[in-house]
Design a protein around this ligand. Structure first.
Ligand code: GLV
Ligand code: MN
Ligand code: MN
Length: 419
C-alpha cells in the first residue's frame, strides 16, 4: 500500500550543507565559498560521500569511464528503459552551495521518498551525478553529458587539456576512472525520460512570488578562445607610437563583443569574457600575448552567430590598427534544447494538483539537460534563488523551496516511471 510522498526537508538541507564542506578552502571576502573542481581531492571526496548515501539506501551504483555516476532504484519491470534525474556536484571557483547540488541531493531524496512511501514504478529510477558540468578545468562544460549524448567524440575529450597541460585521459585515470570513453555514450532509448532539478539562477520566480519554474527550452551556448599576439617590451623604454600592446587590443575586442551583444542581440543574448591571461604578466612589461575565453549564448543560435560575425569584422580592423594577430578557435557551439511537451504537461498537472505556483520558462543557463535532450525526452524543474544570484558564494535557496522542488521531482518521476 503506498502512502503520500514526503520529503525530509531537514535531511535534505543537512546533506546539502555537508556537501558544501567538500571544498577547496580559500579566503573569500563574500563569506563561505565553494570551489570544487572536477577530479580534485574535493570532488573525489564529495563523490565518495554521495555514493555512501546511495549505498546505505540500497541503491545500486554504476560509474562510467568519465566518472558519471548512476544511482539506481529498480522498478517492477526490468525490461523497460529507466527514467532519470540528476545534476552536477562540481562548482566553479568561489561559487555557492546550491548550483547543481540541489539536483543531485534532490534526486537521491526523491528516490528515497518514493521508496519510503512504498511507491515502486514499473521503470527503474536513476539519479545521475554528471562529471564536470562546469567548464573550469577542461574549458568545456557538460563533459559527462556531452559524452553520454555522443556530442563530443571520445578522442577529442581525452585530448582536452587543463591549465597544467594534463590531458583528460591522464587526469581521469589518475582519479580512478579508467576505460574507453566510447563506452560512456548511451544507446538510443536508454532512458525514457530525464528531468533535472536546479535553482533558477535568475530573478524571475522570486520577483513574481512563484515557487516553481517548468523549463520549456534551454538557450544555445557557445564558447571561443582568442589569442592576441602583439609585441612585448620594456614598459619604460618602448615608446608609445611603437607599441603593439596585446592587452590594449584585447580590450578593444572585449568591448566589441559587449557592443554587438547589446545592439545586434536582444534581452535573450548574453556575452561574457570571463578569463584573460596576460603574458608575461609583469607590471613593467608591455603585454606581448593575451588569451581570452568568450562565453556567448542566445535563445536564437542564428542571432548568436550574427553577433560573432560582427565581432569578426571588428577583429580585422583591430589587427590592422594595432599591428597584432588575433586568432580564434571554437570550443563549442551548441543548439538549443526543447523540453518534451508530455513532461511539461505532467509537471504542470502536478503543480496544479499540489497548489504550487508555477510558470513555464526558458533556461538561460545551460545544464546537462541540454545534452540529455538529444537522447531522451526532457524537462527541468527550477526553484527560486535569492536575488537570482548564482555562481557567487551568496547564492541561496530556502529549505522549503528545495523541498517543494524535490517533491515535484519525486511526483513526476513516479508519473513518468509508470508511463
Ligand atoms: C552553467 O554553469 C552555466 O554556465 O550555464
Ligand atoms: Mn554553474
Ligand atoms: Mn548548474
Amino acid at each position: 500500500m503506498s502512502q503520500k510522498i514526503q520529503i525530509d526537508q531537514n535531511r535534505l538541507f543537512a546533506e546539502l550543507t555537508k556537501l558544501s564542506s567538500f571544498t577547496h578552502v580559500e579566503p573569500s571576502p563574500d563569506g563561505t565559498a565553494v570551489t570544487r573542481v572536477v577530479f580534485t581531492p574535493d570532488d573525489l571526496e564529495a563523490r565518495a560521500w554521495l555514493r555512501g548515501i546511495a549505498e546505505a539506501e540500497g541503491f545500486t551504483v554504476r560509474v562510467d569511464p568519465v566518472g558519471n555516476t548512476f544511482f539506481r532504484m529498480e522498478g517492477t519491470d526490468p525490461s523497460l528503459p529507466a527514467v532519470a534525474t540528476g545534476s552536477h556536484a562540481d562548482a566553479i571557483p568561489h561559487a555557492g552551495m546550491y548550483d547543481g547540488t540541489v539536483g543531485v541531493i534532490g534526486g537521491l531524496e526523491a528516490m528515497r521518498a518514493l521508496k519510503q512511501a512504498g511507491i515502486r514504478p514499473k521503470r527503474a529510477i536513476e539519479t545521475i551525478l554528471f562529471t564536470s558540468e562546469e567548464p573550469t578545468r577542461f574549458g568545456i562544460g557538460c563533459l559527462g553529458s556531452r559524452l553520454m549524448s555522443g556530442t563530443l567524440s571520445p578522442e577529442k575529450a581525452d585530448a582536452l587539456k587543463d591549465a597544467d597541460d594534463r590531458t583528460l585521459a591522464e587526469v581521469r585515470t589518475a582519479a580512478g576512472f579508467a576505460g574507453d570513453l566510447a563506452d560512456v555514450k548511451l544507446a538510443p532509448g536508454h532512458y525514457s525520460a530525464f528531468v533535472e532539478l536546479h535553482i533558477e539562477q535568475g530573478p524571475l520566480l522570486e520577483r513574481a512570488g512563484e515557487q516553481i519554474g517548468i523549463v520549456t527550452s534551454i538557450a544555445a551556448p557557445a564558447s571561443y578562445r582568442f589569442q592576441i599576439q602583439g609585441l612585448g617590451g620594456h614598459a619604460g623604454a618602448l615608446l608609445m607610437p611603437d607599441r603593439r600592446d596585446a592587452l590594449c587590443a584585447a580590450s578593444e575586442l572585449i568591448l566589441s563583443i559587449e557592443r554587438h551583444a547589446l545592439t545586434i542581440g536582444t534581452i535573450d543574448s548574453v556575452a561574457t569574457v570571463g578569463t584573460c591571461d596576460v603574458y608575461p604578466g609583469a607590471v613593467n612589461s608591455v603585454p606581448s600575448r593575451v588569451a581570452l575565453m568568450l562565453d556567448i549564448r542566445d535563445t536564437d543560435p542564428a542571432r548568436r552567430d550574427a553577433i560573432m560575425a560582427a565581432v569578426r569584422a571588428d577583429i580585422m580592423e583591430i589587427q590592422t590598427k594595432r599591428g597584432v594577430a588575433i586568432s580564434e578557435s571554437l570550443v563549442n557551439a551548441d543548439a538549443p534544447a526543447t523540453s518534451s511537451a508530455a513532461i511539461v504537461d505532467a509537471l504542470e498537472a502536478i503543480c496544479l494538483r499540489e497548489g504550487m505556483l508555477y510558470r513555464k520558462m526558458v533556461s538561460r543557463a545551460y545544464h546537462d539537460t541540454l545534452f540529455m535532450a538529444s537522447v531522451a525526452p526532457v524537462s527541468m524543474i527550477f526553484i527560486p534563488c535569492r536575488g537570482g544570484v548564482s555562481h557567487r558564494p551568496d547564492e541561496f535557496s530556502t529549505a522549503e523551496d528545495i523541498a517543494r522542488g524535490t517533491l515535484l521531482l519525486a511526483e513526476v518521476l513516479a508519473k513518468v516511471g509508470s508511463d
